[in-house]
Design a protein around this ligand. Structure first.
Ligand SMILES: [Zn+2]
Length: 145
């Protein structure tokens, strides 16, 4: 036999709905906690590692460009494709993008009067590190004249 409240609705159905509502809220709370305490810190750590590797890639390319210039009368290469295989095994890929974001960004500023004032810049093209609040086309590597 069912109990009825004063609006003539079965009490057992109300209890079930309250249980369902509390269960749903509980599951949502657990998901929110998992998201903030486990997923986001792990994701941030992974993205920070990728950014660090991207910076290392740029440094490696920058060092290879300097080595190339050292072996070519202080002339920088016209493109970073000239660095392989003599100065770099291969052009690295940005770990966040999954492909080479560097090749199209290489720019040389040649000073015709004094090679020591020439410099170059290279960067990771795109928004691949924006989740870590990096602006577009960062990180960058610029040689020191
Ligand atoms: Zn990158």
């Amino acid at each position: 036999m069912l109990d009825y409240d004063r609006d003539n609705v079965p009490v057992r159905g109300q209890r079930f709905l309250a249980f369902l509502f509390a269960g749903t809220i509980g599951i949502l709370l657990i998901l929110a906690l998992w998201w903030h305490l486990i997923y986001l810190p792990a994701e941030r750590k992974k993205l920070a590692g990728e950014l660090s590797q991207c910076r290392k890639n740029l440094e490696e390319i920058g060092n290879a460009i300097e080595m190339y210039a050292y072996g070519h009368s202080w002339q920088y290469p016209r493109s970073i494709a000239q660095l392989t295989p003599g100065y770099l095994k291969a052009i690295p890929s940005c770990p966040s993008a999954g492909f080479d974001t560097y090749s199209g960004t290489y720019q040389v500023f040649n000073d015709p009067h004094d090679y020591r004032d020439s410099c170059f810049t290279i960067y990771c093209k795109g928004h691949h590190h924006e989740l870590l609040n990096m602006p577009e086309d960062f990180p960058r590597y610029t040689s020191k004249p």
